[in-house]
Ligand binder design. Structure first.
Ligand code: GLC
Ligand code: MG
Length: 250
C-alpha cells in the first residue's frame, strides 16, 4: 500500500538545500510507493517559480508532487489544473467582497501583493506595532455580516482570511480520502501557524525543529503521540519522522 506525504514548502521541505536533496534522494528510490502533496501558502505561480529556482540554484529538481494545495488550502491543483469541485465546495457561504469591506476598516492590516490574493483568499501582513488580538475584532465584524471565515495567523505576521470550509488541514483530508490512504500511513509536515490545521485530523505529523513559536506552542499544549517534534531542522526533520513512524515499511 502507498503512503502519503503532505508537506509545507517554506522552511519545511525547503530552507536547507542539503536537507531537501538528502530527503529527496531517499524518497526517489521509492517514488512509486508514496503520493506527495505540497501544501503551501504560496500561489500556484509562486510555487512554479520556487521549483524552477531550486533547480537552477542546486542543479537538482524538486520532486514532482501528485497534488498541490496552494494559498493555504484555498486552491487544489492536479497536473496544473484547478480542482473545480473543491472550488465549488468551499464557495458555499463565502462572500469575498464582504470580507474586504470589513478589513478595509482596519489600517493595521496591510494588504499583501495582488498575486497572493485569490477568489478564496484575502491576505495581509499585520502592522509591526499591532497585537494579533485585533484579529478577534476583525473576526467578529465579519461574523456580523453573516459570513463565516477562517482567519489564520502565521510567522507572527501573515494573515490569511479563507472560507470557513477550508484550510490546509481540510484540503489535505479531502486528498487523503480521494487517494484512500489510512491515517497512520499519512505524514503531514510543517513549521508555522498555517500548518497547524494539518495536525488536527488524526494523521501522523512532524513539526520540524525550526518551527515558529505559534506551532511549537501548539505542540507543547496539544501535541499527541501522533505528533513528532523533530530534533533537526527543515527537511532533515522530515527524514527523521519517516524513520520514526516507519513509513513505507508495510
Ligand atoms: C505564504 C503566502 C502568503 C501567506 C503566508 C502564510 O507566504 O505567500 O500569502 O500569507 O504564506 O500563510
Ligand atoms: Mg512554512
Amino acid at each position: 500500500m502507498k503512503f502519503l506525504i503532505i508537506s509545507d514548502l517554506d522552511n519545511t521541505w525547503i530552507g536547507a538545500d542539503a536537507a531537501t536533496i538528502a530527503l529527496q534522494q531517499t524518497l526517489k528510490e521509492k517514488r512509486d510507493r508514496f503520493y506527495l502533496v505540497y501544501a503551501t501558502g504560496r500561489s500556484f505561480c509562486s510555487v512554479a517559480r520556487l521549483m524552477r529556482n531550486f533547480w537552477l540554484l542546486t542543479g537538482e529538481p524538486m520532486l514532482t508532487p501528485d497534488y498541490l494545495i496552494t494559498g493555504v488550502g484555498s486552491e487544489i491543483y492536479h497536473q496544473g489544473i484547478l480542482d473545480y469541485y473543491w472550488a465549488t465546495q468551499i464557495s458555499q457561504g463565502w462572500d469575498r467582497n464582504g470580507v474586504v469591506q470589513v478589513t478595509q476598516k482596519f489600517p493595521q492590516l496591510l494588504p499583501q501583493i495582488e498575486p497572493e490574493q485569490n477568489p478564496w483568499k484575502v491576505s495581509f501582513c499585520l502592522h509591526p506595532n499591532t497585537k494579533p488580538a485585533i484579529l478577534n475584532t476583525v473576526h467578529e465584524q465579519i461574523l456580523q455580516l453573516g459570513i463565516q471565515a477562517n482567519i489564520i495567523f502565521s510567522s507572527g505576521r501573515d494573515i490569511d482570511i479563507l472560507p470557513i470550509a477550508t484550510d490546509k488541514g481540510i484540503a489535505a483530508m479531502y486528498l487523503r480520502e480521494k487517494l484512500q490512504i489510512p491515517l497512520d500511513q499519512t505524514l503531514v509536515c510543517g513549521d508555522s501557524g498555517n500548518d497547524l490545521s494539518l495536525y488536527q485530523h488524526g494523521t501522523r505529523g512532524v513539526i520540524v525543529n525550526n518551527a515558529q513559536s505559534e506551532l511549537a506552542q501548539w505542540y507543547s499544549q496539544s501535541g499527541t503521540a501522533n505528533h513528532y517534534f523533530a530534533k533537526s531542522d527543515y527537511a532533515w526533520g522530515i527524514l527523521e519522522a519517516i524513520n520514526y513512524f516507519n513509513l513505507g515499511t508495510t
